[in-house]
Design a protein around this ligand. Structure first.
Ligand SMILES: Cc1cc2nc3c(=O)[nH]c(=O)nc-3n(C[C@H](O)[C@H](O)[C@H](O)COP(=O)(O)OP(=O)(O)OC[C@H]3O[C@@H](n4cnc5c(N)ncnc54)[C@H](O)[C@@H]3O)c2cc1C
Length: 505
């Protein structure tokens, strides 16, 4: 028998909304021996790292916050980055996570030591830390994807990705190209247009844009939220239910997609008077196959006299210009890449090695997969938050992260109760889960012919959760012990099915 775990130690990689939620639940459940690593100098993840002008949430703030720490003071329907960062920093303080944080510490590898029944985490500076359990909370959008630009001549201007915003760069009176058409570009361009002399919006393909009727909460509303706690609970529940009712938006050709497409087209018609520009801004991909963009001032900004839409992807850089695929040469001082993240490359920057020296990256060579997005056979005592197939299409990521963090804590509580120190998901449970995901994925709009960040190289949709948030909550509401083995391989007696071959179909 494995030794009985008395006090389990947990290493969490990432202090974003997910890692913090897990820390809070661990503390509440009486687990005190845990460390949350982050390579940044503070908590908040996405909301600390990204500071480009215009960054705000596209999920209403009362829903994009922890269910156990509702905030009466959100200033607007969709808050901006500084306020969201402040919220998560406050939560980290309020739940006394400070002593558990190890900041400015990047983890580069995680190796399972079967003899010691522990994970060894190695930091970039070569330090090692051993834990009974490791949870990756590295997020989905931490690895910026740069455009494929050929530097024909050394570019003498400024080139930066929006995830690495340099606030010393002055946009005033500059000629600026913004590459990309996703949420970031839609938030950034109106802000850049306020300062720059000339703005080029360089587009490979336009995106469907839905209105974002943002406004500040009135003092009366905030008073109500503060004085009557039930009011904010009720309000949040209403937002959650409304999000759930929009789940049809992930189904190809559904009424919901038609309804939303109509709204997007009407906004385009009402905002862009020039017919030629309007046709260039009308996407030809099915509604919803890329992440939806919510913006009201973006299309307006594109119609300004000093803003030009270039409907051809950027290809080359010369000393002070950008050349697009169709040969146009744009004189620019600054190139801003709002080109997204390598989201499908799960844990791409950490070398994870499990049982029998198996590398997680090799295991996932045909696309990442995990049981409930959290556990992989052969990688015992290892869990993920925001792992494969958990990116929800129509609800709050925070809701999903909470569900996962609770599930992981339930797992640890089960182990504590039963005196177990080893847990690994069974291959047959994995295979059944993958079959379900594949079945549910059929008919979703993500499988249509359209390029998006949801797919692995072989085309498999690896980031998206193909059902509602409610279904995920239901599936994770209890820890299902029969789906796991609690004995290391030599002692395992359970059935062995190769989950990988099922996953790689
Ligand atoms: C610009 C931008 C805008 C977004 N807007 C929205 C939005 O409007 N609505 C929405 O629902 N979602 C949005 N998202 C998604 C957002 O990432 C999630 O909602 C949420 O932040 C996920 O939380 P997380 O804790 O899982 O990951 P993150 O917030 O990404 O945090 C992960 C943390 O892990 C750390 N980390 C990563 N690798 C390592 C390592 N090797 N060692 C140590 N630390 C590491 C990072 O430094 C980071 O602090 C946006 C993402 C981006 C990038």
């Amino acid at each position: 028998m494995m030794p009985v775990a008395k006090s389990v130690s947990v290493g969490v990689i990432g202090a974003g909304p997910g890692g913090l939620a897990l820390g809070i639940f661990l503390r509440k459940a009486g687990f005190r021996d845990f460390t949350i690593f982050d390579r940044e100098d503070g908590v908040g993840g996405t909301w600390r790292i990204n500071t480009y002008p215009g960054l705000a949430c596209d999920v209403k703030s009362h829903l994009y916050s922890y269910s156990f720490d509702l905030n009466a003071n959100w200033s607007r329907l969709w808050s901006g980055q500084p306020e969201i960062l402040e919220y998560f920093e406050r939560c980290a303080d309020a739940y006394r996570l400070g002593p558990h944080l190890k900041l400015n510490t990047e983890i580069i590898s995680a190796r399972w030591d079967a003899d010691a029944a522990k994970w060894q985490l190695t930091t970039k500076t070569g330090q090692r830390h051993a834990f009974d359990i490791v949870v990756s909370a590295v997020g989905l959008f931490t690895q910026p994807a740069l455009p494929d630009l050929v530097e024909e001549e050394p570019f003498t201007g400024t080139l930066m990705h929006t995830a690495r915003w340099d606030h010393s760069v002055d946009l005033r009176d500059k000629r600026v190209a913004v590459l990309g058409t996703g949420s970031t570009a839609a938030q950034l361009i109106p802000e850049v247009a306020k300062l720059a002399q000339k703005v080029y919006s360089v587009q490979r393909s336009p995106t469907w844009i839905l209105p974002k009727p943002d406004r500040a909460y009135t003092e009366r509303e905030k008073w109500l939220f503060a004085r009557i706690p039930f009011a904010k609970k009720l309000y949040r529940t209403r937002l959650w239910l409304r999000s759930e009712s929009n789940i049809g938006v992930i189904e190809n050709g559904s009424e919901k997609t038609q309804e939303f497409k109509g709204i997007a087209l009407r906004q385009l018609q009402a905002t862009v008077a020039d017919e030629e520009l309007r046709s260039r801004l009308t996407p030809d991909h099915p509604f919803g196959c890329k992440r939806l963009v919510f913006a009201t001032d973006y299309l307006q900004a594109l119609t300004k006299p000093h803003v030009e839409v270039i409907s051809s992807p950027a290809r080359y850089l010369r000393s002070r210009s950008l050349v697009t695929e169709d040969g146009a040469e744009l004189d620019v001082d600054i190139v801003l890449c709002a080109t997204g993240y390598a989201a499908a490359d799960y844990l791409g920057q950490i070398d994870v090695v499990g049982e029998d020296g198996a590398s997680l990256h090799e295991t996932w060579s045909d696309g990442a997969y995990a049981y409930l997005g959290m556990a992989v056979p052969g990688f015992p005592n290892f869990f993920m938050l925001y792992g494969p197939n958990t990116n929800v299409g129509s609800n709050s990521v925070i809701f999903m992260l909470e569900a996962q963090a609770r599930y992981i804590v339930r797992t640890l509580k089960h182990m504590r109760r039963k005196g177990k120190s080893y847990v690994a998901v069974r291959p047959d449970a994995m295979a059944t889960f993958i079959a379900k995901i594949d079945e549910w994925m059929e008919g979703t709009v993500w499988l249509t012919r359209c390029s998006n960040y949801f797919r692995a190289a072989n085309g498999r949709v690896v980031t998206q959760w193909p059902r509602s948030a409610r279904v995920f909550w239901w599936m994770t509401r209890r820890f299902t012990a029969p789906d796991y083995t609690f004995d290391p391989p030599s002692q395992s007696t359970g059935p062995h099915v190769d989950a990988r071959s099922a996953a790689n179909r």
